[in-house]
Design a protein around this ligand. Sequence first.
Ligand SMILES: [Zn+2]
Length: 234
Amino acid sequence: MFRSAIIRDMPRLELDRSRAVEDYARAIHDLEAVGADAAVGTNALAARLNVTPASASGMVRRLETLGLVELTPYRGVRLTEEGDRVALSVIRRHRLLETFLAVRLGVPWDRVHAEAEVLEHVLSSELEAAIAKDLGEPERDPHGAPIPRPDGTLPGGETLSLAEMESQRKFVFVRIPDERPDMLRWLAERQIAPGAEMELLSREPFGGPLVVRTESGEHSIGAELAQAMRVEAQ
Ligand SMILES: [Zn+2]
């Protein structure tokens, strides 16, 4: 059964600590995905979670006692199989909630992330299943991020950053990080959402903007946004 035995059915007093466990597991999962080396350093983890290295070390030791991570001296920490399950479980709840809020309740896509950050930790497995069923078992959230399936596998597909795209090429906009409301609003104002077919017309040198054509017209996309946008070449 896809559920974290540690988190579910936990007394209220334990809830704050279980939130921390889930947040840490997801942060380690995200950092593992970025780095070439699978081990995640405590400093990187602390920076990601906006806590001091000392409190990150303390929490990492707690995760080790719970069997969720393995510590490698001087290198860092990696999720165990159970740790990975906890991370994917909270990612699934987060992305299902974002989709539900956007699709069913019409919450703007730059605001669903903050709401989901809170609700993900208290969503029961029954409600999670009901939301997934109501939405038709979606594979992607409103930002285009894959929603882990109940068995922990991820719907996939290779993407590249728009910044790496060649000029004069057509592509589909697949995904944008959910943590930058300013970028999301900028895109929404121009009717650019995941699934949009686009063409890269030209790029200015020295990290300058990229000019793209979409259904809503031509747009100049700054280097930072182009780096964040994930696309699939056509
Ligand atoms: Zn989010």
